[in-house]
Design a protein around this ligand. Structure first.
Ligand code: CP
Ligand code: NVA
Length: 302
């Protein structure tokens, strides 16, 4: 099985990874040799702090071995095809975690690999982040079904995975994005379909205050994702008014918590006051990547 999208898991499968994350977090010692004699390759086309280091730590703490390479260090950089690379790598390692510029690279990699491929972020999705975030929400609330979440900002990779993950677990999600930066219709459509089964609601609006009203969680991400640097000027203009600050927090529910996948651009999509404030759970979110990645690896390799 590959994990390119949150939707590659069934709703039941997703629930079990979330529950397993909690068990692993409570008793990490019980999982110490679960990846013994397994080697995981991590391949990067873009920078990473959390994904790289939490996956590396997860693999080491599960007793496995890990190899980390930047694409520039491999023959992919000189034009060897993804197909040939996937075939060769399948003969060496037991799993590939890849962070890529274009999602198609992952499709090509997984289509030609004989081992599980995990999406460590593409331009379309960030499934490991969202599986971990759903655990964080569960940790705070003790449930997922019926929880209300607003995502304020860019309809990007994180937003796409969040739409699917919320719909699959019964979290009501409203996305507020400026016109032209909404999540792509394919993901909204998939989320709406999934939500029919769990009874959750999926909405896309352009007014951040409308989205934030009464919610349990406010979630945001950068306005300029990796690979979009040339669009920076236009994006910074378009996203004015989409900041998570004290004012928008005032519209949200009383115990609202604030989430950000990080890295944050303080003063743009979120203020210092909010990210460092008592409502912020961003550091727990970052920690939970470690526990959730163990659950993901064990699901695919265990
Ligand atoms: N949230 C996240 O994936 O962070 P990195 O880019 O540091 O891996
Ligand atoms: N949307 C951001 C997420 C970083 C973890 C990006 O793709 O750069």
């Amino acid at each position: 099985m590959h994990l390119l999208s949150v939707g590659d898991l069934s709703p039941k499968g997703l629930e079990s990874v979330i529950l397993e994350t909690g068990k692993i977090k409570k008793k990490p010692g019980e999982y110490r040799s679960r990846l013994k004699d397994r080697v995981v390759l991590m391949l990067f086309e873009k920078p990473s702090t959390r994904t790289r280091i939490s996956f590396e730590t997860s693999i080491l703490q599960l007793g496995g071995d890990v190899i980390v390479v930047n694409k520039a260090m491999t023959q992919l950089e000189r034009g060897e095809t993804i197909k040939d690379s996937a075939r060769v790598l399948s003969r060496y390692v037991d799993c590939i975690v890849a962070r890529v510029l274009e999602h198609d690279t992952l499709t090509e990699l997984s289509g030609n690999a004989e081992i599980p491929v995990i999406n460590g972020l593409s331009d379309m999705e960030h499934p490991c982040q969202i599986i971990s975030d759903l655990y964080t929400i569960y940790e705070v609330k003790g449930r997922l079904r019926g929880v209300n979440l607003a995502y304020i900002g860019d309809g990007n990779n994180v937003c796409n995975s969040l739409l699917l993950g919320c719909a699959m677990t019964g979290v009501n999600i409203t996305v507020a994005s400026p016109k032209g930066y909404e999540p792509v219709g394919e993901f909204v459509g998939r989320a709406v379909k999934l939500a029919e089964k769990t009874g959750s609601s999926v909405k896309v609006v352009d007014d951040p205050r409308e989205a934030a009203e009464g919610v349990d969680f406010l979630y945001t991400d950068v306005w300029v994702s990796m690979g979009q640097e040339s669009e920076e000027e236009g994006r910074l203009k378009a996203f004015q008014g989409y900041q998570i600050n004290k004012e928008i927090l005032g519209v949200a529910g009383e115990d609202c918590r604030v989430m950000h996948c990080l890295p944050a651009h303080r003063g743009l999509e979120i203020t210092d006051e909010v990210i460092d404030g008592s409502e912020s759970i961003v550091w727990d979110q970052a920690e939970n990547r470690l526990h959730a990645h163990k659950a993901i690896l064990l699901r695919l390799l265990g």
